[in-house]
Design a protein around this ligand. Structure first.
Ligand code: PGA
Length: 253
């Protein structure tokens, strides 16, 4: 058994306005018993970060705050963008970077994801670095190479101890929001592959310490079979994180 602390991170995507987000985190907080098996992270939209952050802080609840994206610059004439420091100042700990929706709809590349990872680490934000292959890539047998390229591209120039500073999320694009969860064993194999790639650049000890999550249609009904796999350290959850009861049951897989 590894001693990696499992993590359940809710990716709320573009759901929940500021008031709804506060309500949801309130309900999650009220349902925590202290016996959760996983570290709890919620990633609301930007407009809800301050409200959710303030509530978490005032309740002293055991919930960490994450954002879903950021720019790599500290500040600048970049209309519509949000900087790493702006997030940090709101009490954000984690930031999802390179999510497939950003790669697909907002032209993010391994190079831009890499700049964001470097900038996040620089200010002490912990990236939840997403990688994943499309259905075509999987069917053509290219998945492992695609993931390898995303990992090495995203981590170019990243130095120092990564163990507690970086989370990776393996999210096959075909499994996101589709109800088609990966076979636990397949997800486990790909995560082992990711760990090996990290090991070849940063050493086995680091690779063994980095948490690697699975994401893609995780729900209460399938979470335990995923969490039974030795390489899977938790989940990045979209749809099933938008309801307090369903998210809470993921924490007690
Ligand atoms: P899903 O989304 O759980 O709704 O499939 C996961 C994600 O996009 O992070």
């Amino acid at each position: 058994m590894s001693n990696r602390k499992p993590m359940m991170a809710g990716n709320w995507k573009m759901y929940k306005d500021a008031a709804e987000a506060v309500e949801l985190v309130q309900a999650i907080g009220a349902g925590l018993t202290g016996s959760e098996r996983a570290e709890v992270v919620v990633c609301p939209p930007f407009t809800a970060l301050a409200g959710v952050g303030a509530l978490i802080e005032s309740r002293g609840s055991n919930i960490a705050l994450g954002a879903q994206n950021m720019n790599w610059e500290e500040e600048g004439a970049l209309t519509g963008e949000i900087s790493p420091l702006m997030l940090r100042q709101l009490g954000v700990t984690y930031v999802i970077l390179g999510h497939s929706e950003r790669r697909q709809y907002f032209s993010e590349t391994d190079a831009t994801v890499n700049k964001k990872i470097l900038a996040a680490l620089e200010v002490g934000l912990k990236p939840i670095f997403c990688v994943g292959e499309t259905r075509e890539q999987r069917e053509s047998g290219a998945a492992r190479d695609v993931i390898g390229k995303q990992i090495t591209g995203g981590l170019t120039g990243v130095t120092g101890s990564l163990a507690d500073r970086l989370i990776v999320a393996y999210e096959p694009v075909w499994a996101i929001g589709t109800g088609l969860v990966a076979e636990p064993q397949d997800a486990n194999d790909m995560i082992r592959h990711i760990r090996a790639i990290i090991g070849s650049s940063y050493g086995v000890e680091t690779a063994q310490a980095v948490r690697i999550l699975y994401g893609g249609s995780v729900k209460p009904a399938n979470v335990s079979e995923l969490m039974d796999e030795p390489e899977i350290d938790g989940a990045l959850v979209g749809g099933a994180s938008l309801d307090a009861d369903s998210f809470l049951s993921l924490l007690h897989y």
